[in-house]
Design a protein around this ligand. Structure first.
Ligand code: NAD
Length: 491
């Protein structure tokens, strides 16, 4: 058996022991993961520095802080999430117990990407543990140092049979994909996403695909440009543009372009000084392949800001491209780098038409002081998430489902959404062997009269909450009347 096959077989065996189903055991493992993040902070940050040139502060802000929050939430709420969830009843089931019970799926495969390697790999793991699954964790091979730390240190904290870490590249991932899983959670590009889904189809395994794409950003004429541009610049140039929900390009009216360029230039200087190459808060392109790909995307566009680069250092300065045409190279694929094309466009309607011509994006950004503009953009487009007047921060709201639609992915996660995504939501109806008379209407011989009763029981809508409240009020009124009678007539 290969290393990958052994890991999956062990995880399956460990799952079958049933220990991951015990909610206290899940909490214990989540607390161990918390401890791992605290005690191994140095190793985690050092690996991120070596892989992506992110400083310790940036590592904490963009990688581990969100994980700490998700862990705290899961530890605090997992008992509620795992408890039976009562649902509304109808006339047929009013005397029964009706609820949804989240149950573990089994063995989950988590395939992570390189751009936020801790966040995108461990966040699904938190949900997998909370939901009572076993999970095989496959970090991206592109972040060599991070993958090594995960492989060496995570098993010292977690149940290593239930949650093994398997490292490796395409061939190891493909061996993993030949095994049977109960869910595959993949983060990465859409082309590989299709391969993952094809492999999953062989075992009828459900998938969550957290993909990317070109996330548009419309800047309306009615808005505070300085604030809008600072937020766009932050969203774009964080992690050198290598963020799945980075605003990919800006759409604006032609007359606004000059001011937008000016404001974004100011924001770049404010964040990264006039020499971003030496600024500790500015990252690097992950490798030579991506460096060359991004440089190639700039070729047929005009640079308005930045453009400096250094291949040996995988450095590309924060760059703004002006008067970009829809058929420019930079508009043909997700940029995933520090280039911000500006496409002048004739207003909101044209922007909506332009967005709707492309694939459904992972995020859609709109900047405007006018709520009508925001609502119109929301109602006439589709995207994984929508954020008005800011960038990226919807990712940090655990109560919002995070995920794509169409080409940007399927399924969602964060907070309870991860728990539900990696659970089977089992519908449970618990009846008693009583009240058989009610069931006669469904047993043969079938008659018109019985059909009439069936129509009544199935179609009649009763507001049980209202009746419940009515009952409570009646009981209270009776109690009050009894009390008054005792006080005034017997006292
Ligand atoms: P990557 O190269 O790290 O690949 C992701 C994973 O896929 C890795 O673990 C890798 O081993 C595996 N893989 C690669 N080729 C494979 C193949 N042929 N068969 C099987 N497995 C294979 O990451 P990437 O794809 O370059 O990541 C960048 C993309 O991910 C961007 O499109 C970005 O938008 C997207 N992304 C999305 C999210 C999200 O939450 N939606 C988050 C981060 C990144």
């Amino acid at each position: 058996m290969s290393r990958e096959e052994t890991a999956v077989a062990k995880a399956r065996l460990a799952f079958e022991t049933g220990r991951s189903k015990c909610v206290d055991y899940r909490i214990h493992q989540l607390k161990n993961l918390q401890r791992f993040l605290t005690e191994c902070r140095q190793e985690i940050c050092l690996a991120i520095k070596k892989d992506l040139n992110k400083s310790e502060v940036v590592c904490e802000l963009f990688e581990t802080l969100g994980l700490e929050e998700e862990l705290g939430l899961a530890i605090h709420r997992v008992k509620d999430w795992a408890a039976p969830r009562p649902v509304e009843k109808n006339l047929m089931t009013m005397a029964d117990t009706v609820y949804v019970k989240a149950e573990p799926l089994g063995v989950v495969l988590i395939i992570g990407a390189w751009n936020y390697p801790w966040a995108v790999t461990l966040q699904p793991l938190i949900g997998a543990i909370a939901a009572g699954n076993a999970a095989v964790v496959k970090p991206s091979e592109v972040c060599v140092h991070t993958a090594k730390v995960m492989e060496d240190l995570l098993p010292l904290y977690l149940d290593k049979d239930l949650y093994p870490v398997v490292t490796g590249g395409v061939s190891e991932t493909q061996t993993l994909l030949q095994q049977k899983f109960d869910h595959i959670f993949y983060t990465g590009n859409s082309a590989v996403g299709k391969l993952i889904m094809a492999a999953a189809a062989k075992h009828l395994t459900p998938v969550t695909l957290e993909l990317g794409g070109k996330s548009p950003c419309y800047i309306d004429s009615k808005c505070n440009l300085a604030v809008a541009c600072r937020r766009v610049a932050w969203g774009k140039f964080t992690n050198c543009g290598q963020t799945c929900i980075a605003p990919d390009y800006v759409l604006c009216e032609p007359g606004m372009q000059k001011d937008i360029i000016q404001e974004i230039r100011k924001a770049i200087e404010e964040f990264y000084t006039d020499d971003p190459k030496t600024c500790p808060d500015y990252g690097r392109i992950i490798n030579q392949r991506h460096f060359k790909r991004i440089m190639n995307l700039m070729e047929d566009s005009t640079v308005a800001v930045g453009g400096d680069n250094d291949g040996d250092d995988c450095f590309i300065a924060p760059t703004v491209l002006r008067d970009v045409k829809p058929d420019a190279k930079v508009m043909q694929e997700e940029i995933f780098g520090p280039l911000l094309p500006i496409l002048p466009i004739g207003g909101l309607d044209e922007a909506i038409r332009f967005i709707n011509k492309g694939e459904k994006p992972l995020a859609l950004y709109v900047f405007s002081d006018d709520t009508k503009v925001i609502k119109k953009m929301r109602d006439e487009t589709s995207s994984g998430g929508l954020l008005a007047n800011d960038c990226l921060v919807h990712y940090s709201v655990s109560s919002l489902p995070f995920g794509g639609v169409g080409n940007s992915g399927m399924g969602c996660y964060h907070g309870k959404h991860t728990f539900d995504q990696l659970s089977h939501l089992r519908g449970c109806l618990i009846k008693r062997l009583r009240m058989e008379a009610v069931n006669k209407m469904r047993y043969p011989p079938h008659t018109e009269k019985k059909l009439g009763w069936a129509r009544f029981f199935i179609l009649k809508k009763f507001n049980f909450r209202f009746f419940g409240k009515l009952l409570l009020v009646s009981v209270l009124a009776l109690f009050f009347a009894f009390f008054i009678q005792r006080c005034f007539f017997h006292g």
